[in-house]
Design a protein around this ligand. Sequence first.
Ligand code: ZN
Length: 170
Amino acid sequence: MVLVDFWHENWLGDSIVNLLQIPTIAAQTLYCPVQRFIPNSNWSIAEAHTSAFPDVSASILQLPLSIDEIDNCMVWPFSSTGHMTIAASYSYCGPALPPVSWAKHLWKSYVPPRIAAVAWRLLWDRLPTELELQKRCFHIASCCSLCHSFSHGETTTHLFLHCDSAKELF
Ligand SMILES: [Zn+2]
């Protein structure tokens, strides 16, 4: 289990090192699990800290604590359980793709998962070709990595339908 670091994790809306504007060189030396500040199920902030940083200390002391004795742990705030799952992160990224009839033929036990994944991405035109990467602000030359043609660039259509080098492979 990964314990939440008091200083560097964003458990108070921002990290403590950012809230206190601790210089990076000093912040690198800091590490302490949050639970060390919660002995006996209550916050324990040193008086020196509460007087030096009253706003941050007040924010910490206002955080409700669990009644149960549980270790602190990472929580993903975009799911109701706090657990990050593939399904939860996928739905967080955007609306689900519409259901398609051909999907049931692709995700079969006899189709190797990596083949199914490439086919799925191909059929949705989501392969990381150079053209697709350029759409996502990756600044790279538009050149087919198989035939080194600059005239067509590396697109899904070129790779799977028109590239002479790819035709030799298939
Ligand atoms: Zn090519």
